[in-house]
Ligand binder design. Sequence first.
Ligand code: GLP
Length: 245
Amino acid sequence: MKITVFDNERVLARTLAVQIAASLGQRPATVLGLATGRTPIRLYHELGTLHAHGQADFSRATTFNLDEFAGVERDHPGSYRVFMQEHLFSRVNLPPENVHFLDGAVADPEAECERYETAIAAAGGIDLQILGIGTNGHIGFNEPARALEPRTHLVTLKASTRRSNAGLFHGDPEQVPSQALSMGMATILHARRIVLIATGKSKARCVERMVKGPIDTRMPASFLQLHRDVELALDRAAAAALRPE
Ligand code: GLP
């Protein structure tokens, strides 16, 4: 795993945004996999700023978000779709028909998950997957478990995950849906390139376990060790537990 430690979140976000804008310049029809959570917000805003300055063109890009809450309509203020609209889609020139999302409100989640896998394949697969990490090591909504689901699936969320998403639901973890739809581990690992962002001291321990620990379904992010093109973009606080051998 390539590890890059940045002085602070601002420099991290700016640097990644410039890299993504450059790859869109080289390959305009790039397929991006996108994450929600607090971590990528600065990156999305930086991409918006670059776009406003004519330095990032999304007109031929395609996006697939990692996950969405189950039972939540697309225009619900707590939905990840609304989050993405606010932080990225409203700031850049992505054609709406190129934006792909899991529909959390469907009657048949299994069919919805299959539809998503088919859509990703039809787009030619994901070129660059942006990830965050949960403090319990989840990526997307692939929670620690005895076994991990390979493909897009319905997940039951851990209490800690519902707590950390409470901000989207009036600060009340009880209002956070108990289930979500998420890309699976194989869906994520099939991306050609993966950049995982982790910032702040609350992520130091899971970053250490992801990088130095065994590959363990109890630490889903550890499976990224198997991927040939993964970069971890960390700030100093998140990298604090990584000492040279
Ligand atoms: C959420 C999302 C993940 C995200 C993670 C970390 O539950 N489903 O995709 O990476 O938790 O969130 P944050 O960046 O707010 O720490």
